[in-house]
Design a protein around this ligand. Structure first.
Ligand SMILES: *Cc1c(COP(=O)(O)O)cnc(C)c1O
Ligand code: SF4
Length: 335
């Protein structure tokens, strides 16, 4: 595992994340000027992170309101999200879960894990558990095995979805042994599938090593999807996104979401207007084959949940875009 390097100990105010990258990810950048390089923009802090706009908050998706244990978010009836660790190999400057990431908590304590396992055991409507964070693959294989064995013992039928940026930022972390561990015991046909969702935002991130890592996962039987975030100065250009989605599709990775940035404090410099996002999507559908096109999605401010932007947009008002949430209520995202 390549170690975190550079910027060590450089700490920001409470509104920001520590600075951290990997030597692998840093080498993808051709300059460390975040104004000029799409990779540097994602790991080098900028002064703009101290700007807090009117609608921005620490917890834009109201994660805290949906906590059912210290580590478990239950927002949708059939899915829960485990805050596996608050650690990441790279702290993305656009991270929306910055109220949780970048602390010192690490893996769940045995007591915290027990509560999670009891919750999923007692709630059969939960059919899927997302291992997110933070980045779950910053844990060791034995720490991951403790969590996965516990989850599969509590609920052998549960689908596991691993959400990790490791294939992008530290691909050699994914060994054959790790891929097998994530996939689960081969012999057990009753065991639900494991899915993997990675997070590449720029075609440079779909490196040869990225492809090798995701192919190890796929060969172990774990399908890989990608969530990208639409980011000003990184990928807010039709040709860049076309190249990204072509590269992912070629590597066997299904582009799942293209996410509008959430209203996390200090991220306004990354925000792309929704009207521009919609125009980009229309052109992408003209250029790309069907499976290579992601859904342009927004996590509704205030905990409304994720919606596909193009089919949930009701109207545009002077103050913002108005969406129909999954609960039938209207939610607004500022212009
Ligand atoms: C994003 C998210 C999910 C998963 O949503 P999908 O639309 O299924 O990808 C589940 N729980 C929480 C809390 C989330 O933020
Ligand atoms: S890897 Fe994910 S959780 Fe960690 S900083 Fe990046 S976006 Fe946030």
């Amino acid at each position: 595992m390549s170690s975190a390097s550079g910027f060590a100990g450089e700490q920001d105010d409470g509104n920001s994340l520590p600075c951290r990258t990997t030597s692998f990810y840093r080498a993808l950048a051709s300059s460390e000027d975040p104004m000029r390089d799409p990779i540097a923009a994602q790991f080098v802090p900028r002064a703009q992170e101290h700007i807090r706009e009117e609608h921005e908050t620490e917890d834009p998706l109201a994660d805290r309101r949906f906590l059912v244990t210290e580590r478990l978010i239950h927002r949708y009836p059939d899915r829960v999200l485990l805050l596996t660790t608050d650690n990441c190999a790279v702290f993305c400057r656009h991270c929306f879960r910055r109220h949780f990431t970048g602390g010192q908590q690490g893996a769940p304590t045995p007591r915290e894990l027990d509560k999670v396992l009891a919750y999923i055991a007692e709630n059969p409507m939960v059919q899927e558990i997302l291992l997110s964070g933070g980045d779950p693959l910053t844990l060791s294989d034995s720490q991951l095995a403790t969590i996965l064995d516990g989850v599969r013992a509590a609920r052998p039928d549960i689908i596991v979805r691993i959400c990790s940026r490791i294939p992008v930022v530290n691909p050699s972390r994914i060994t054959t042994a790790t891929a097998r561990l994530l996939a689960g015991p081969e012999s057990d046909a009753q065991l639900a599938h494991t899915w993997f969702v990675t997070h590449a935002n720029h075609p440079l991130e779909v490196s040869r090593s990225f492809t090798a890592a995701v192919q190890l996962l796929m060969r172990s039987g774990v399908p890989v999807l990608n969530q990208a975030v639409l980011l000003r100065g990184v990928n807010d250009h039709i040709d860049t996104l076309e190249e990204l989605f072509r590269a992912l599709y070629r590597a066997g990775v299904k582009p799942y979401y293209l996410l509008q940035t959430d209203l996390a404090a200090g991220t306004s410099h990354f925000r792309v207007p929704i009207s521009q996002g919609i125009a980009i999507m229309q052109e992408l559908r003209r250029r790309l084959s069907g499976p290579a096109v992601p859904v342009y999605a927004l996590d509704l401010p205030g905990g409304g949940g994720k919606v596909p932007i193009e089919s949930s947009l009701l109207r545009v008002e002077p103050s913002g875009y108005v969406f129909r949430g999954p609960d039938g209520l209207e939610y607004s995202y500022p212009r």
